[in-house]
Design a binder for this molecule. Structure first.
Ligand code: S3P
Length: 175
C-alpha cells in the first residue's frame, strides 16, 4: 500500500511534485487545501476570513485525519499543516513523509507569482516576503525536519525539477 505525504513551506512545489509522483505511481493525488475547499465549498482565503487562522487550523486538522486514512495516495499538505497540534507525529504514524526543502530565496521567488492566493502573504511587498519566509521557515523547520525523508529542491535545475524530484523520491522510498 502506498501512502506518501509531502510537506514543506509554501512555494516548495508540493502540489506540482505530488501530482507528478502520483501519476507515475498510478495512485490518486490529494492536495489538502483542495480537499478542504471541496468539503467546505469555500476557498482557504474565505475560511481564514470567516474563522481566522485558528478556525482554519482546526478544520485543517480534521480534514487531514480523513485524507491520511486513504490508501494508495500521494497527499500534499498545506505549508502550516505539520506545525500545529500533533499533526507531524500523526503524519509520521500514517505515512511515508517527505519534506521538500528549499532555500528562503527560492521559496520567495516561487511565491512572488502566486502570493495573492495565500492569505498569510497578502499585502506583503517584494522585500517583506523574503524576510517573512526566512523568519517563518526558521520557526517551522523543527517540525518539517521530523519527516522521515527530506529532499532539497533548491539546487535542482528548474527545467528538470519536477521529474528529478519524482525520480529522487522514488529512489529514496523504493517505490
Ligand atoms: C499555509 C499554506 C497554504 C494554505 C494556507 C496556510 C501556511 O498551503 O494551507 O494558506 O500556513 O503555510 P500551501 O503550502 O499549499 O500554499
Amino acid at each position: 500500500m502506498i501512502r506518501i505525504i509531502l510537506i514543506g513551506f509554501m512555494g516548495a512545489g508540493k502540489t506540482t511534485v505530488g501530482k507528478a509522483l502520483a501519476s507515475e505511481l498510478g495512485v490518486t493525488f490529494y492536495d489538502l487545501d483542495w480537499y478542504i475547499t471541496m468539503r467546505y465549498r469555500k476557498s482557504v482565503t474565505e475560511i481564514f476570513a470567516e474563522r481566522g487562522e485558528e478556525g482554519f487550523r482546526d478544520l485543517e486538522r480534521r480534514m487531514l485525519h480523513e485524507v491520511a486514512e486513504f490508501e494508495n495516495v500521494v497527499v500534499s499538505c498545506g505549508g502550516g499543516t505539520p506545525c500545529f497540534f500533533d499533526n507531524m507525529d500523526y503524519l509520521n504514524a500514517q505515512a511515508d513523509t517527505v519534506y521538500l526543502k528549499a532555500e528562503p530565496s527560492v521559496l520567495a521567488m516561487h511565491l512572488k507569482m502566486g502570493k495573492g492566493k495565500r492569505p498569510l502573504l497578502e499585502g506583503k511587498t517584494h522585500e517583506e516576503l523574503e524576510d517573512y519566509v526566512r523568519e517563518m521557515l526558521e520557526k517551522r523547520e523543527p517540525y518539517y525536519s521530523k519527516a522521515k525523508y527530506a529532499l532539497d529542491v533548491s539546487l535542482l535545475d528548474n527545467f528538470t525539477k519536477i521529474q528529478e524530484s519524482v525520480r529522487l523520491i522514488r529512489e529514496m522510498l523504493h517505490v
